[in-house]
Design a protein around this ligand. Sequence first.
Ligand code: 9WN
Length: 489
Amino acid sequence: MSGGAAPLGRGAGAGRRPGHGVGVGAAGRGRDVVAAAGPDASPEGGPLPHGGPLPDGGPLPDAAQTRAAAVAVLDRNWVGTHTVPATGLYPHQWSWDSAFIALGLRHHRPLRAQTELEHLLAAQWADGRVPQIVYTGPPDGYSPGAAFWRSADVPGTPPVPTAGFVQPPVHALAVWRVHQADPALSARRGFLERAYPRLLAWHEYLRGRRDRGGRGLAAVVHPWETGMDNSPLWDAALARVPATPAGRVPRPDLAHAHAAERPTDKDYGRYFWLAERYRDHGCDDRDPGYPFLMEDPGVNALWAWSEEALAEMADALGAEPGPHRRRAAELTASLAGLFHPGLGLYTARDVRTGELVPRATVAGLVPLVLPAAPHGEEVLAAALGPRFLGSGARLVPSYDATAADLDADRYWRGPGWFNTTWLLVQALLRRGQRATADALAGQMRRLALAHGFPEYCQPWTGAPHGTRSFSWTAALVLDLVAAGLPSGG
Ligand code: 9WN
């Protein structure tokens, strides 16, 4: 085990690398003591065997104590109709956050879980899109806010102000699991009956308006739509996008999180330019000159998984499940087009150039949630190998541990997130990899409780980053505890 500090000789915050087997007991050593490794270094012991253990994380905190702490976060962030991701940094309702939050809330307060999803779905646009953000908090609490989007000016928008973009379609999965948590309550309230047609329209929007590449996959029009804002997957495409000058881009986020952990001003200038262009074209997806169109493996895999959930719902409602099963299978098969043979995992395709982006990110592992994903064994090996868990990470790194431009502290360019780690736990369970799923679930529970449910962590030291009391961290930990993960916990 390496334990000493090793300066990296690059810019502060850039390129921090995992040490050999850093993991257990490394939490608390601090963010500057991660050992350096050369660009070609691979962690001691190489890739984990399938089902092999992650570093032992020490004793597991008590389940009842964990549950109580997670519930306290969710109760604090509940605002009567939905849960904010975090007070301060994210004071409105976010789309995929609410789906993850509902997955945890269902164990604690099923009525609240239903209400959470209903509040989001009530903000659906007439064209079927479920918006990235429903603005309900203070007008100047987040940027871009309701005044930026002026959604009321667009025909077919709901009475409540929303963003024009969307986020990954994990909602049908959430609705189905929330229903299953309390079918009697769901039946009494007509929860499933009311949600199902909205989910159909949502998936129809993706199919009808977003298959911009003609390959049967949805394209995103902004990094925010993937939920993985500053992932290295977007760098090359963003480089073609003009930037709104920094003076016109408010950054209230920097009052709540350290600038070294958030996207840069340069990124934000381009995010705003794209958002302004999209808004100024009436949020119409047919803008022919729009410069950013990407097929993301995470978004499309979650869509396929949600399509499977729609089939279950159709069955329960006496509707026809067959079309959903077919679409789930077609979507899953279409993911083959995003497989990068050199990296051995999925990546994004730039619809404008037709090229696959040669970067290994956690989005490329998300299709593992689909048992029939093409190249599944290879991608599983990548997940367990030196770029990800085989690096000794405690949460799945958001970016390739062996990449020269890894930044272990900055948002989606290295840190481990609890939702993507939870997704990998689900994938491992669906693939019979119980031991590894247990080990990851244990790390999630330890880090969440030790650090007050952080937004994300340095994956090798476990040092917490971003905001604290983050709702989906609490909700997904609650889900693990309810599912008895890790085994015997
Ligand atoms: C932009 C709310 C959201 C998450 C995203 C995460 C972050 C927003 C931001 O916070 O994105 O949507 O301001 O950075 O990247 O996944 O949904 O928690």
